[in-house]
Design a protein around this ligand. Structure first.
Ligand SMILES: CC(C)(COP(=O)(O)OP(=O)(O)OC[C@H]1O[C@@H](n2cnc3c(N)ncnc32)[C@H](O)[C@@H]1OP(=O)(O)O)[C@@H](O)C(=O)NCCC(=O)NCCS
Length: 192
């Protein structure tokens, strides 16, 4: 069994304990207290379709462990996590342990799970944090019995599409003019 502090740091022994985050970062569940910090990043990462606070509040009310209940006593269908700077690691000047540098969430309701959102703050992109987030999502979706993980991505979002393709996602269809502004969405699926 992992030592107590390691268990706390990896999200309590749930899938996601060993998703290959780069040194100095750790994964933990997202809470409502994280919403203001997440929203600050949201506008930078999704300038055309940032979620408002209400979306995060509604999503987090449906969070819970596999087989557990959400805030309304219904079967939990969501899991959201944040990547933060590890409090035990050295941090750069001006940054703080616990700062959120990545976040994402999945919905698992039925056979195919969905990536609801995924982002890595610009300053730490290209270090494998997005890949690590995708790994916890794939593990968690499989642990909850999903047979596939699906997502929608802007057709022009090459960094995201490369990340997904590298992790075994394949294009399944295009949703024409899906996004505000009229851009197409590419629907991608990885079978689990
Ligand atoms: C898409 C997104 C989440 C990827 O996050 P990320 O943390 O940069 O992802 P990774 O670091 O795992 O991978 C990105 C690149 O870094 C490279 N990389 C990963 N670890 C690396 C390392 N240690 N050294 C050098 N390069 C590395 C990867 O190979 C990849 O390169 P490629 O795109 O040329 O193939 C991020 O770009 C983002 O938040 N974008 C804005 C929001 C968004 O579009 N979200 C997706 C909506 S569908």
């Amino acid at each position: 069994m992992a030592p107590r502090d390691a268990e706390a740091r990896d999200g309590g022994g749930r899938p996601g304990a060993d998703v290959g985050l780069p040194a100095g970062f750790m994964l933990r569940p997202m809470t409502v207290w994280d919403i203001p910090e997440v929203l600050a990043h949201e506008h930078a990462l999704f300038p055309l379709d940032a979620w408002p606070a209400r979306f995060y509040e509604e999503e987090l009310a449906q969070v819970g462990p596999a087989g557990g209940a959400d805030a309304h006593g219904r079967p939990a269908t969501r899991d959201y996590r944040v990547v933060v700077r590890d409090e035990t690691a050295d941090v750069d000047a001006g940054e703080h342990p616990g700062d959120i540098v990545g976040y994402g969430g999945i919905m698992v309701a039925g056979d195919v799970a969905d990536v609801q959102t995924i982002g890595t703050v610009t300053a730490v992109q290209g270090r494998g944090i997005g890949a690590a987030q995708l790994r916890w999502m794939l593990e968690e979706a499989a642990a909850r019995g999903a047979r596939g993980l699906m997502l929608e991505v802007r057709a022009s979002n090459d960094p995201a599409r490369r990340l997904y393709t590298r992790h075994g996602f394949a294009d399944v269809r295009v949703r024409r003019r899906y996004y505000p502004g009229g851009e197409d969405a590419v629907v991608m699926l990885k079978e689990l």
